[in-house]
Design a protein around this ligand. Structure first.
Ligand code: FCB
Length: 443
């Protein structure tokens, strides 16, 4: 499959997120985020790693844009750090922070790279966590809306493609059900309240967008998971359905249908942990969005497990796995895209994340990441097949431009097309997969 087989205006990019790459976490007027706090707490992140310096992208931004230009991408997905713009979460604006993103947008446009801006990629201002309980409180909806308006006003004249939230599944359940992400709580009831408040905030973000940005498009990026039942038994098939509703449907359906998936909602209700829905909530959540962001990495295999809260457990499959332990299954991307096109409101779709972690190591100045090359090639092919079957696919973003802070795994998992030497001044080294993508994009 060649670039030529995709539409002329297809967006080809790479993706990153603020806390994972920027560093300068205590500098230039930035306030702390829940990840600043979480990563400095003992035992939360692999080996005590944190994002204080990360890839030092804040200071090396121009160099990173040059690398993108050389790569030949025509788009770049990045996120804005809320506490860099509003150090206390609301109120006083940190001009230096906004200027950083404004300059980034300008430099991208000068390089003919379309910015795709994510408003929230998990780094909530710590002060909002402390003051109102962050996403646990409904008050967050207005705080998020006000923050969104500030950023839309600053960048919306030039940046036209936006994402409200990255993977609300993770900001709710990884953070509140399993406690693996900031703020690290384990409380199922709270987890679904957080998920509801995130969706409300998404709706509020879209509403503010329509007020502020002219000729722009806005969407939501979700975890996009292909799940299979371990057997054809009714129980296992139903378990796979519950899992699909939990991971996909919960965040893909309400924005287009104004309703939560029924079977899972009933199950949660029977445990007394379904979120309370107030009048007007579902209207706000279903404020019409323009497109979906699909973040696809792997598949999962599911078996019925009535004793589990969600009615299923996951079984390890026997396909080849990445360094994250995730099975490599390109076909799942094709199937998911077809499903999303059919079931989630027939919206344009961007693959806003896809990539893999590998045990990359430079040998004589070279990183031969052949597995990543195969992974990207096969997933791009799968995307192409989905396009041929009629999915309105508009773009593909590799996760990630650079090796970076992989949340609870710290720097132990490398996803980049570019190797970052964290023990040598964050030196960048193009991996072979960078060359692969460059060739794909240029021929
Ligand atoms: C996604 C996140 C992204 C990165 C990749 C590997 O869930 O959105 O920040 O961690 O996984």
């Amino acid at each position: 499959m060649e670039r030529k087989s995709f539409p002329e205006d297809f967006l080809w990019g790479t993706a990153t997120a603020a806390y994972q790459i920027e560093g300068a976490d205590f500098e230039e007027g930035k306030g702390p985020s829940i990840w600043t706090d979480f990563s400095h707490r003992q035992g939360r992140v692999f080996s005590g790693h944190n994002g204080d310096i990360a890839c030092n992208h804040y200071y090396r931004c121009s160099e990173d844009i040059s690398l993108m230009r050389e790569l030949g991408v025509n788009a770049y997905r990045f996120s804005v750090s809320w506490p860099r713009v509003l150090p206390a979460g609301s109120g006083r604006i940190n001009r230096k922070g906004l200027d950083f993103y404004s300059k980034l947008v300008d430099e991208l446009l000068e390089s003919r790279i379309t910015p795709l801006v994510t408003l929230y990629h998990w780094d909530l201002p710590l002060s909002l966590q402390e003051k109102i309980g962050g996403w646990e409180s409904r008050d967050i909806v207005n705080y998020f809306g006000d923050y969104a308006s500030v950023v839309f006003e600053a960048l919306g004249d030039r940046a036209k493609l936006w994402i409200t939230l990255n993977e609300p599944f993770c900001s709710s359940h990884l953070s509140y059900l399993w406690g693996e992400h900031a703020p690290g709580k384990k409380d199922p009831r709270l987890s679904f309240i957080v998920a509801h408040n995130l969706l409300l905030s998404h709706g509020e973000g879209v509403r503010r967008f329509r007020e502020t940005v002219k000729n722009g498009k806005i969407g939501l990026s979700n975890v996009s998971s292909h799940a299979e039942a371990i057997s054809g038994s009714q129980e296992d098939l139903f378990a796979a359905k519950l899992r699909d509703q939990f991971v996909n449907g919960w965040f893909f359906l309400p924005p287009v249908s104004g309703e939560y998936p029924q079977e899972l909602f009933e199950r949660l209700d029977s445990y007394g942990i379904a979120p309370e829905i107030l009048p007007g909530d579902m209207d706000l959540i279903s404020t019409p969005l323009d497109f979906w962001g699909v973040n696809y990495y792997t598949r999962s295999i599911v078996r019925a497990e009535e004793s589990e809260l969600l009615g299923y457990s996951e079984v390890s499959g026997d396909l080849r796995k990445t360094e994250m332990g995730w099975e490599i299954f390109p076909k799942g991307l094709e199937r998911f895209l077809i499903k999303a096109h059919a079931e989630y409101g027939n919206r344009p779709i961007y693959i806003t994340e896809n990539g893999m972690a590998a045990r990359d190591r430079p040998v004589n100045g070279r990183v031969e990441d052949l597995e990543r090359i195969a992974y990207l090639r096969d997933h791009i092919q799968a995307a192409g097949r989905a396009l041929e079957s009629g999915v309105d696919l508009r773009g593909y973003f590799v996760w990630s431009l650079l090796d970076n802070f992989e949340w609870a795994h710290g720097y132990s998992k490398r996803f980049g097309l570019i190797y970052v030497d964290f023990s040598d001044g964050q030196r960048r080294l193009r991996k072979d997969s960078y060359e692969f993508y460059r060739r794909f994009l240029n021929y």
